[in-house]
Design a protein around this ligand. Structure first.
Ligand SMILES: Cc1cc2nc3c(=O)[nH]c(=O)nc-3n(C[C@H](O)[C@H](O)[C@H](O)COP(=O)(O)OP(=O)(O)OC[C@H]3O[C@@H](n4cnc5c(N)ncnc54)[C@H](O)[C@@H]3O)c2cc1C
Length: 418
């Protein structure tokens, strides 16, 4: 059996599928997608609500429909797929070790590798909620899988902690399935979800959103019986005397996602502690030459369309690398200025940019009437106005090549009041 591939893609979610299709289109002949689940599609398979693909397909699709389009594209190619197969190790010299019940342990090699492992949810243990340990506490994504894919209803009276998109989507989903969602509780003074999800998933169903509140106690012997929430001060500490009690049987946690980077860290690839993903160049190449990364494994996305665009870039670059064209040249470092939490990419090789480079970032608070500035030393390269910015909404700017060429070895992205 030939175990040598041009490009191996790890993860068969939207990132992996787009990367594989693009690598194939750009001339990589032997492309393999390895997916640990029994089917392709990743997290989209359980996201049966609509709202996917508005940017990329200019249509409103459900998650499975969006994934299905890419699965069909894969079927029209000679891309190989290994399902039920878990990658357990990758090395800097592109050896991929994986294991499956059907084929056992395998060691594969590739000209280039694309990491598309997505992310997982933060659990109750990770945020240390006090109280009893009864049944009825789920991560929102786990509940989504039970309800949408396995056909189990997880509870009747629900409190949701966290107002990120998954929490909001599940508030609506549980309501539509007949549950009473009593509250969505958010630690921050603002929601971490998309505005459209606040409107369509909470406001439309009269579900109250408690900003600057957190769960301070979960009570229940066998099953959750009560939840206590408190208002928090500016240091996010519960304020005594502000308790509100909810009689409920279920708590859903939507308290953040963690990129799945165990393989990346073990391969000694340089990580960004702000994104919890690999540090990447403009073409999504990591610090290990020929190993690329895209999608939620690099930074958590709210829109799958951006995952697709980023992953096509990674796939094209992986094909190019495998066919012998290595990117190089002087590097411009992208620094974060005021109000900016992180950027992706963190490094740009100017010679490798054709028309312009897309830079993604998130701000650290909610702002109105702002201007995004890209500067190099004392020179302002470009500026972009924004009426509204929030940490829950990823920002994207494109820096044109002609302006980038005027930059030194460092540019700064900052956000200021207009
Ligand atoms: C609940 C929820 C609601 C969302 N709603 C919207 C929405 O309305 N609109 C929108 O545009 N976007 C939405 N998104 C965001 C979008 O769906 C994600 O950003 C996108 O799915 C990320 O794609 P990915 O391929 O990076 O990750 P994933 O979809 O998570 O895929 C990663 C894949 O890698 C596999 N994998 C991981 N490790 C290994 C390994 N070691 N070996 C083999 N395989 C491995 C996993 O099994 C998985 O299939 C939502 C996301 C969630 C979670």
């Amino acid at each position: 059996m030939n175990t040598n591939y041009d490009v191996i893609v790890i993860g068969g979610g939207p990132a992996g599928l787009a990367a594989a299709c693009e690598a194939y289109d750009k001339g990589a002949k032997k492309v393999l997608v390895i997916e640990r689940d029994k089917e392709l599609g990743g997290i989209l398979n359980q996201c049966i609500h609509n709202g996917f693909g508005l940017h990329y397909f200019k249509e409103e699709l459900t998650g499975p429909e969006y994934a299905g389009r890419f699965v069909e594209l894969v079927k029209q190619t000679a891309i190989e797929v290994k399902l039920d197969t878990m990658v357990v190790e990758i090395t800097q010299d592109h050896i991929v070790r994986c294991i499956s019940a059907k084929e056992g342990y395998q060691e594969l090699t590739a000209g280039a590798v694309v990491l598309c492992m997505g992310c997982r949810e933060r659990t109750r243990g990770a945020i240390a909620i006090p109280g009893d340990r009864p049944a009825g506490v789920f991560t929102a994504g786990a509940a989504q899988r039970y309800v949408n894919m396995e056909g189990y209803m997880v509870g009747k009276r629900v409190v949701i902690l966290g107002s990120g998109d998954i929490g909001l989507i599940m508030a609506r989903r549980m309501t539509l399935e007949g549950a009473k969602v009593l509250a969505c509780v958010e630690l921050c003074p603002y929601s971490n979800g998309l505005t459209r999800n606040i409107v369509q998933c909470l406001n439309d169903y009269d579900i109250p959103l408690y900003l600057s509140h957190t769960i301070t106690n979960i009570i229940g012997k066998e099953r959750v019986e009560k939840v206590i929430i408190n208002k928090v001060d500016e240091n996010r500490r519960p304020i005594p005397g502000t308790e509100i009690e909810f009689d409920c049987d279920t708590v859903l946690l939507s308290v953040g996602l963690i990129p799945e980077n165990e393989l990346t860290r073990n391969a000694q690839i340089v990580m960004d502690r702000r994104t919890n993903g690999a540090v990447v160049y403009e073409n999504m190449e990591t610090s290990a030459p020929g190993i690329f990364a895209s999608g939620n494994v690099v930074h958590v996305h709210d829109l799958v369309d951006f995952v697709t665009a980023e992953s096509k870039r990674a796939g094209a670059a992986a094909a190019k690398y495998a066919l012998g064209h290595k990117a190089g040249g002087p590097v411009t470092e992208v620094k974060t200025g005021s109000c900016v939490n992180y950027t992706v990419p963190q490094h740009i090789r100017r010679e490798n940019v054709e028309k312009g480079v897309d830079v993604f970032f998130r701000v650290n608070n909610v702002y109105q009437d702002m201007v995004i500035k890209v500067t190099s030393g004392d020179t302002q390269l470009c500026a972009f106005k924004r009426e509204h910015m929030a940490p829950g909404e990823m920002e994207k700017i494109t820096i044109p090549k002609v302006l980038l060429d005027k930059a030194s070895d460092e540019i700064t992205v900052s956000v200021e009041h207009q």
